[in-house]
Structures are given as structure tokens and as C-alpha cells.
Design a protein around this ligand. Structure first.
Ligand code: GCB
Length: 866
């Protein structure tokens, strides 16, 4: 190979740096001003990122549009660029895209979460406008993963589109939309670290000589290594070139506490030294291992992985989220003290992985082979191709240490009652076959990474042996939510460890749904209260910390996310987030910070969401205080309540709040926090202190309704002088499930008020004094048609619509509604309110007189008029 004279080379290098646009390849985003249509007749102007499902996946109509979307845009290509090579890069299009340039098909790509490139030079008209058209399809395809999952499959071009212009010799753009080079570390230790770089170089001309210059800089910008290599590029071929740097002595290692990054720069020049192409990458020297007994090791030291899973969508944006907004997630996750992210259940935007390199967060990344597989050549091919794209596009990020490829692959098999035994046996075989192929592919393409897979709590993973395939096995465990009790987590893990001592385990998902509008003194499984969320996470953390063999835990989920079919307290949203859908932290976020943050003192008083807290007689309310200090001093309204020991990041104090504004102050040696909280303390039901009372009938929790600006208090059996039901039982509630109706209620956003209800209550009494009252009653017909929600594993599946339910509604003998038949008079699951003004001498008695079936009621709001 010819070796270029260094002096000439350096001279032209300087010239090129002075006028970089003449010599370097150029990539520009072309996101602005696309025309979009869903039927090719009416068009609107949109910008990328774009999805057509950001609204319809959240409305009261079941389902969201899964079908075609058409995009088009004109781009001008200069005649001066006729000697350049042009590519289009789509960073993600969900889920199938066909691209046309000037009417000619350029490429078809399957899979909604990885990037693809297409070379378009020969299709372009130079010195003219060129039409790009993209046909996008997000309808279900049996041959494209994911087939089925608990998140919304928003359709559209939702990551950047780039127009790339390169010289005839450049780092390859043909290798699965990768950077055209792959960084592999060798012999990394405290003493030394080696790097080798495998490059692919495309030549679009006849045989020519070229030159490669590779440099490594430390974080201070000092060049610590450089390599030159002369090349002869064969005519119209892709050349594979490998450069191995001699080891760097005493390297600065990369870790979450010390995310030290070196920089690699690759420069391709022609034989005169003119730069043809240039690439950069972060280098982070680290090595990871897993030990079946001692857990995860980074750079030879044990590290408990504690972090989160993340979905990419965001309130009001669907999956079309501006990248700066997405980057804030990574900062929030780092600030919480997490050291790991599982980018679930598909590859996320590459910019975020780069940020993980920079901030120091270890990464598990995966492809969306979820819930079940299709036994077809095409499905296998798409899955394997997706994993190739995934690994090649994300290989160079030093933060990425785990590559995954399957999530809960047997969940459909376990919960689909229609499958025959033969079909089940086939499905097991096919899943196993695909897992083996994906594992082999991953190990071949990423031999220094850890392979991972996540399973749900079912014996079939052990029985089939699929659980033994990856290097690290993730269990998604929802004890205390979908099944069993919170404490069963540890028992399960111990048992698995005993039975399968050669496996390394990670708790890859866990967490309950939680809504900041719901709070209670008596948190219960499946009540969506913030208090139950705290209870579960706090216990899980302890159970994992106590077990060194468990490599770590990633909470499900960092943020609430869209899942159209769900009927959580906010319908269409999976509410297991540590932060809300708009990323406002829930209290539990601060609890994690208090156990994970070592560097600075943390105190958080968890009262932000206790809006409209109403307490009766001498009731107190438990308030949690989170801190990473061992002791906190607490005062309420300037009265010292004493010093409290903080255990597991938290202490709970029963606060004797007074009526009106209360001030809580918490201090430690290092830090203090003050919060004020408004409380309605009601000594007797005399309406002197307040003018309104809302009751969440059929429920044990408080629910803050933003629209009415009132908190509906928990229900109770009637007590003289107070209020309550005389008879009836909470609909659909069991010991294990405290959300009566796991469904979207139409015509309202106050789902938790409607979702919990009393059935068979014929009399409800409120001992209010003489006055004129506006009374609002809340109803919903609960016996709705069954919808399938495989994630709501404890859900009753035998609801029928057979029973007629007709009742007359009276308040103090005034007829409010005759023959109320909710099923007949209103659409399915419709939130109904009835209102009346009642003058009373003493008390309000609500009567629901059954004509047929059992009456139901969800809530009551009384407002004193005069
Ligand atoms: C799981 C799935 C995840 C769901 C989660 C849930 O096990 O892996 O995709 O969203 O459970 O919330 O039920």
C-alpha cells in the first residue's frame, strides 16, 4: 500500500480544515415543511418529528388509526454537486416505509425503531427540485415485530430525516445505516486499554489510493494515539480496513461516577491529502462482567445496577418528541441517581445514548420482539435484520453494555385461552428457535457485550430452557400488583437462584400504577395511589439490596406512557411512571434520589400532591419524608415534633394538621426544607368550615378532581352526625384489586371517581344541617362488554351485559330521576352526572329505589348555596 508523504498530507489537512465544507461530507436534516396526508387527497404541512396518532390514541373512541400515512417534500439539489454521492437517512419511521424519489421506488424498510439509509444519487435531477415521497404504514403486520405489546404503536416519520452528501470515497453508509466503523476494546484494565477500529470504506469510482488518519484524544484534548494507514480502494467496492492502536497506559476508566471519555477521530483523505470524509466517536474504557453469586461488575468492581426503563413517548407528542425534550429525561434519570437505563422495548434516539456516554449511565438496549412470535420466514428475517441494524447503529456507544432482543415472549401463550396444546407446543418451539438465532447473532456481532432477555413470571421460561440462553436474565415481576404480595419478590428470586445457580439475574421490571390525584392513609394493591407506589418501591428496593446475587433493578417505568387499550386511572396511559407523562416528578422520584444520591444531601417532604386534604374530627394524616441523611428534625406549624430516624430513605410521620394552612419544616445538619399544605379539618358536619363536600363513593381513597377543584374524600359506612352508606358493596373490588372498573369512562377525566362505585346501595345518608344545597350525583353502568387486557392479569373476564339495572333516584323524597337505566340511556361506560337543588331542614337522604337489578352510585358532591 502506498504511504502518503506526511508533510503534504498535513498541509492539505490544514487547508481543508480552513474550508471544511469543500472537503467534508455533509449531513443536513430535512425536517421542515413536509406535506402529509392520510388519503392522498387533502394535505397538510407538518414538520418532522411527526405522528398521526398523538390525539386519537387518547380520546374516548376505542382504538387508534393504524394504516397508511403519506409524506412528500421537494428538495433542491445543486448542479455543482453532480460529482457527489447522495443518501437519505431516516432515523425512524413507524413501522414500514417505502421511499420514492422523483416517482421511482428507492427502498422499502420494515421496522419502526431503527434507522435506514438509501443511496439516491442516480435518482436525482441536478440543478432542479426533486420530489421525495414516503409511504408509511403502521397497520398490524404478522411479519414485523412488535406484534403486540403494552404501548401505543404511533405511526409516522418520528425521528430526523437527513440528506447526506459525500465524496466518492467515504466511510460506508451501506452497512445497516451504521457509522461505517466499529470500535472494539481489548485488554482493558486499570493499567492499559486497547482499541481497534473496523472500518468500511466505500469507493464509488475506479481504483484509487487513499489515506486514513486515526487519532485518539483524551478529555483535555491531548492527542494520545495516532495511526496512519495508506489504502488502495478497489473500483466500486467497499473496503474493510482494521486498525489496532497500541494499548494506552494507565487509562482513565469510564464509569457512572467518572464518565471519562476519550475521543476518536477518523479522517479519510485522497492521495493529495484532501479530506474526503471524517467521523468522530466517544471512547469509554470499561469492562463488564456478571457473576451468578456476586452480581454485576464494572471495571472489576461490584456495582448494583439501579435505574429505570424508559419509553420514548411524551404527553401531547406521541412518539414525535423533540430531541431536546427527550434529552431532559436522561438528565432527570441521572439526577435521580440511577446508574442504568433499559431503553425499552426498542432502540431509542441515538442522541440519548450519546448523552448516557457523557453523563455516565449504563445502558440495556433491545429490539421489540415482544409477547409472541410468528412462525414465518419473513418474521424471522425482519427480526434478525432489526437486531443487525440495532447492534451496528448502537455498537460504538461505550454506555451500551447490554444488548437484548426479547421481552415476555410467552405472555400470549400463557394468557391466550384459545390456543390448543399443539399450537402452544409450536409457539414454544418457534420462540426458542428465534431466541437461539438472535442470541447467536448478538454474540457474533457484539462479542464483548452482555446479552439479555426479559421474562414474565411464568414457569414456561424455565421449562423450555429459553431462560438459559442469554448471559443475563431479566425477570419482569409484579408481585403486589398483578399477583401475590409485595414480599413475594424476594421469595421468588431466592427460589430461582437456588434452582438455577448458574444464571445471572436482574429485576428488569417492577412497579405499580400510580396517579398523583389519588392518596390514602390505607394504600391497597391496585388502587393507583401514590402511597401504594411508595410502599411497593421501598420494599422492592430493600429486597433487592439484600440479595447480592441479583445484579440490579430497573423500575417500570421512568415515566407514564401511552398504551391505548388501558383503563388506568388516566385511561390510555400506563401509569407506572416515577414521573408523570409530562415528566413532572411523582413523590417516588424523590425517594429514589434519597436512596441513590451520595454526593449532596437530599430532603423531600412528600406533600405536593395532597391537594384539598380533608380530615375529620381528630384524624391525622401520614406524611412521608425522604432523605439520604440518617436523621431529620421535624416541626409542624412551629411546634417541634422531634427527631426521627430515616430508614431506607424514608420516615413516615402522622401529622396532626390544623384547619387551614400548615407549615412543615424538616431539617438535617446539612439541609432543610419547608412546605405548606392547606387542610380542611372538619370537626363536625356543620358546613361552617367549608362549603362543599365530595365523597368518592365505593372507595377508600381521596381523589383530587382538577376540574371541580375539590378532593372527593373516601367513603364510609354511615355514622350518626356524619355521612355514609347504609348498605351496598364496592363494585368489582377484591382483596387483590382495588379499582372497580379498569376502563376508560367516557365524558369525563375524573375516572377514579367513576371507576370505584357502590352496588346495591339503596340508601345513603348525610347529616348536614338546615340549608339549601346543590347536589351532584355521579353514575356509570359498570357491566360493560369485556375488553381484553392481558397486562391486567387479575382482571375479571366474565363480565356480562345481561342484567338490567333500573332504579329511581330520590333525595329527601324529591324525585330526581325516574327509572334511571344507564345502559339504555347512555353510551357504554359513560360518566353520568345528575344535579338537583334541595332545601332541607335537616340532613340529606339519597335513595336509590331498585325497579330491576342492583342500583349503583360512584360519587356525590354537595355544595351549600345559602
Ligand atoms: C410488562 C411488560 C411491559 C408492560 C408492563 C405493565 O411486563 O414488559 O411492556 O407495560 O408489564 O405495565 O404491565
Amino acid at each position: 500500500m502506498p504511504h502518503i508523504n506526511h508533510k503534504i498530507f498535513l498541509l492539505s489537512f490544514v487547508l481543508c480544515v480552513a474550508s471544511p465544507f469543500l472537503c467534508l461530507s455533509q449531513s443536513k436534516t430535512i425536517n421542515s415543511g413536509w406535506q402529509y396526508s392520510q388519503d392522498k387527497t387533502t394535505w397538510e404541512t407538518v414538520n418532522i418529528p411527526h405522528t398521526w396518532n398523538k390525539d386519537d390514541a387518547f380520546d374516548d373512541v376505542r382504538g387508534y388509526r393504524r394504516g397508511m400515512g403519506y409524506y412528500k417534500k421537494q428538495i433542491f439539489v445543486s448542479s455543482e454537486d453532480e460529482d457527489q454521492i447522495f443518501y437519505l437517512k431516516f432515523n425512524a419511521v413507524n413501522q414500514e416505509a417505502t421511499v420514492f424519489i422523483n416517482g421511482k421506488k428507492a427502498i422499502n424498510h420494515k421496522g419502526g425503531y431503527t434507522a435506514f439509509n438509501v443511496e439516491i444519487t442516480s435518482l436525482l435531477n441536478f440543478g432542479a427540485y426533486n420530489l421525495i415521497e414516503v409511504e408509511v404504514d403502521n397497520s398490524h403486520s404478522d411479519n414485523i415485530p412488535p406484534l403486540d405489546a403494552d404501548f401505543t404503536f404511533y405511526g409516522g416519520i418520528y425521528r430526523d430525516v437527513e440528506l447526506i452528501k459525500v465524496r466518492k470515497q467515504h466511510f460506508s453508509l451501506k452497512d445497516f445505516a451504521s457509522d461505517g466503523f466499529y470500535v472494539t476494546y481489548y485488554n482493558v484494565s486499570n493499567d492499559k486499554a486497547g482499541v481497534k477500529v473496523d472500518m468500511l470504506i466505500d469507493n464509488f469510482e475506479s481504483k484509487t489510493d487513499a489515506h486514513l488518519y486515526l487519532e485518539i484524544f483524551d478529555a483535555e484534548g491531548n492527542r494520545v494515539r495516532e495511526e496512519h494507514q495508506g489504502l488502495t480502494l478497489k473500483s466500486n467496492k467497499t473496503e474493510a480496513v482494521k486498525v489496532t492502536f497500541p494499548e494506552i497506559k494507565n487509562p482513565n476508566l469510564w464509569s457512572p461516577e467518572h464518565p471519562y471519555l476519550y475521543k476518536l477521530q477518523l479522517t479519510l483523505s485522497d492521495k493529495h491529502g484532501t479530506i474526503l470524509d471524517q467521523k468522530k466517536a466517544n471512547l469509554g474504557f470499561r469492562w463488564v462482567t456478571v457473576d451468578t453469586k456476586k452480581g454485576f461488575f464494572l471495571n472489576g468492581k461490584p456495582i448494583k445496577l439501579i435505574g429505570v426503563n424508559r419509553h420514548q413517548d411524551f404527553k401531547d407528542y406521541g412518539n414525535a418528541v423533540p430531541i431536546e425534550l427527550q434529552k431532559q429525561d436522561i438528565h432527570l434519570i441521572k439526577n435521580m441517581g440511577a446508574n442504568v437505563i433499559r431503553f425499552a422495548h426498542y432502540p431509542h434516539a441515538r442522541e440519548l445514548y450519546k448523552l448516557c456516554d457523557e453523563l455516565g449511565i449504563l445502558v440495556w438496549t433491545e429490539i421489540p420482539v415482544i409477547n409472541l412470535v410468528t412462525d414465518s420466514e419473513s418474521y424471522f428475517e425482519t427480526s434478525l435484520n432489526m437486531q443487525k441494524e440495532h447492534i451496528k447503529q448502537y455498537y460504538n456507544f461505550p454506555s451500551v453494555v447490554m444488548f437484548g432482543y426479547m421481552n415476555e415472549i410467552f405472555i400470549r401463550l400463557v394468557f391466550n385461552r384459545n390456543l390448543t396444546d399443539e399450537e402452544k407446543a409450536e409457539l414454544k418451539k418457534t420462540s426458542l428457535k428465534l431466541a437461539t438465532q438472535l442470541e447467536d447473532l448478538t454474540r457474533t456481532l457484539a462479542p464483548n457485550h452482555i446479552t439479555v432477555m426479559a421474562c414474565h413470571n411464568a414457569e414456561v421460561y424455565n421449562e423450555t430452557g429459553i431462560a438459559d440462553i442469554p448471559m443475563l436474565l431479566g425477570w419482569n415481576l409484579y408481585f403486589g400488583w398483578y399477583s401475590k404480595q409485595i414480599e413475594d419478590l424476594g421469595k421468588f428470586l431466592d427460589e430461582q437462584h437456588k434452582r438455577f445457580p448458574n444464571r445471572s439475574l436482574l429485576l428488569s421490571e417492577y412497579g405499580p400504577g400510580a396517579d398523583v390525584r389519588i392518596f390514602t392513609k390505607t394504600p391497597k394493591k391496585f388502587d393507583f395511589s401514590a402511597n401504594y407506589q411508595a410502599k411497593l418501591h421501598q420494599s422492592y428496593y430493600k429486597q433487592i439490596i439484600d440479595r447480592p446475587f441479583v445484579t440490579g433493578m430497573t423500575a417500570w417505568n421512568f415515566a407514564d406512557f401511552g398504551s391505548e387499550f388501558r383503563g388506568d386511572a388516566i385511561p390510555h396511559v400506563n401509569q407506572k411512571g416515577l414521573v408523570q407523562y409530562d415528566r413532572t416528578p411523582k413523590d417516588i422520584y424523590y425517594w429514589y434520589k434519597s436512596v441513590l444520591e451520595d454526593d449532596e444531601p437530599v430532603v423531600h417532604i412528600a406533600t405536593d400532591y395532597l391537594k384539598g386534604l380533608t380530615l375529620f374530627q381528630n384524624e391525622t394524616f401520614p406524611v412521608q419524608i425522604y432523605s439520604n441523611e440518617s436523621e431529620v428534625s421535624v416541626s409542624l406549624n412551629e411546634n417541634n415534633l422531634g427527631a426521627y430516624k430515616v430508614e431506607n430513605g424514608s420516615v413516615t410521620i402522622d401529622m396532626p394538621f390544623k384547619n387551614g394552612n400548615n407549615k412543615i419544616k424538616v431539617s438535617t445538619q446539612a439541609i432543610s426544607e419547608e412546605k405548606s399544605i392547606e387542610v380542611n379539618r372538619i370537626e363536625k358536619l356543620d358546613f361552617e368550615n367549608f362549603k362543599r363536600l365530595g365523597i368518592n363513593i365505593g372507595s377508600h381513597f381521596n381523589f383530587y378532581d382538577e376540574q371541580q377543584n375539590i378532593t372527593f374524600v373516601p367513603d364510609q359506612a354511615y355514622k350518626k352526625g356524619w355521612f355514609g352508606y347504609k348498605n351496598g358493596s364496592a363494585y368489582g373490588m377484591t382483596k387483590d384489586k382495588n379499582q372497580g372498573l379498569p376502563h376508560n369512562i367516557k365524558n369525563t377525566n375524573a375516572e377514579p371517581l367513576f371507576q370505584t362505585l357502590l352496588e346495591g346501595c339503596t340508601e345513603y345518608q348525610l347529616d348536614v344541617p338546615e340549608g339549601n344545597y346543590k347536589v351532584t350525583l355521579y353514575f356509570v353502568e359498570p357491566q360493560i362488554k369485556q375488553t381484553e387486557n392481558i397486562y391486567n392479569l387479575s382482571e375479571e373476564t366474565s363480565e356480562s351485559t345481561k342484567t338490567q339495572r333500573i332504579f329511581d333516584v330520590y333525595i329527601n323524597d324529591t324525585l330526581i330521576e325516574k327509572q334511571l337505566n344507564l345502559a339504555k340511556a347512555y353510551p357504554e361506560k359513560y360518566g353520568v352526572t345528575l344535579q338537583a337543588t334541595i332545601q332541607t331542614k335537616k340532613g340529606l337522604t339519597l335513595k336509590l329505589n331498585a325497579v330491576e337489578g342492583l342500583p349503583v352510585i360512584s360519587g356525590i358532591l354537595i355544595e351549600k348555596l345559602d
